[in-house]
Design a binder for this molecule. Structure first.
Ligand code: 6PG
Length: 235
């Protein structure tokens, strides 16, 4: 793993740096493999990044967009990560609808929808059960509790190692999430972390020793590149 930590002056610089890296990774993936597979983070931090990507002139037909996690709500719900990314980016560019791969939440049962998306990824990447595909780029945020995607502290999702997608749990609310091994199979993972409210968790995530179950972002040790883009914190 090749880990880089960059402290940016402010949110605007963080988004610009993230955009630069994303554009390089997208172009590299398309040049080397004919397509780019990118998984998006939810939450608030990445929204301006998605708006910036939407303003680029890219080979949209060669870019496939996934989500690293999803709240278990309808796609038109205000909390939906899919809704945010469509409004900020995907509705603004001529990307083929079949290149957009949301985590469906319509079965009324999170386990069912998790298995369905798991099967979709296996089909898309043509990987047999038990193997993990490599996304070209996975974008992640980190909560003030050290969670990432929907891998929350001391939840069962942290230990799932035989599937691509599992059910996360935030205060009793179900979520769909990439598993740790799926994220760690990525060619490049970028964390976008902004704000002093993340300081305590960040100190623990970067500490030599701390409880991985209490700070799940510690579990993200991808086989490829790991880039932490930070602002509003001390390191
Ligand atoms: C989600 C995200 C989650 C998010 C962090 C940070 O579905 O909410 O995937 O993991 O990245 O909670 O969120 P902010 O960027 O809003 O601080």
């Amino acid at each position: 793993m090749n880990k880089q930590i960059k402290l940016l002056e402010d949110k605007e610089q963080l988004i610009k740096q993230a955009l630069d890296i994303c554009l390089v990774k997208i172009q590299e993936a398309i040049a080397e493999r004919g397509q780019c597979t990118i998984a998006l983070a939810g939450g608030n931090t990445p929204k301006p990044l998605y708006e910036s990507i939407a303003a680029q002139n890219l080979a949209w037909d060669k870019i496939h967009v996934f989500w690293g996690d999803e709240r278990y709500v309808a796609p038109d719900h205000p909390d939906s990560n899919e809704r945010m990314a469509r409004q900020a980016w995907l509705d603004r560019v001529p990307i083929p609808p079949t290149n957009i791969h949301p985590m469906e939440t319509g079965a009324g049962n999170p386990e069912t929808d998790a298995s369905k998306h798991d099967a979709h990824l296996q089909e898309f990447f043509q990987v047999p059960t038990g193997e993990f595909p490599s996304f070209d780029l996975i974008l992640l945020g980190m909560g003030g509790d050290g969670h990432t995607a929907s891998l929350f502290p001391h939840t069962d999702a942290l230990k799932v190692s035989d599937r691509l997608i599992t059910v996360g749990n935030k205060d009793g609310q179900p979520r769909l999430t990439f598993t740790v091994p799926l994220i760690n199979q990525a060619r490049c993972v970028i964390f976008l972390v902004a704000g002093a409210d993340k300081q305590t968790a960040l100190d623990q995530v970067f500490a030599e020793k701390a409880d991985d179950m209490n700070y799940p972002s510690r579990l993200i040790q991808p086989q490829g590149e790991l880039q932490w883009l930070l602002t509003g914190v001390n390191i």
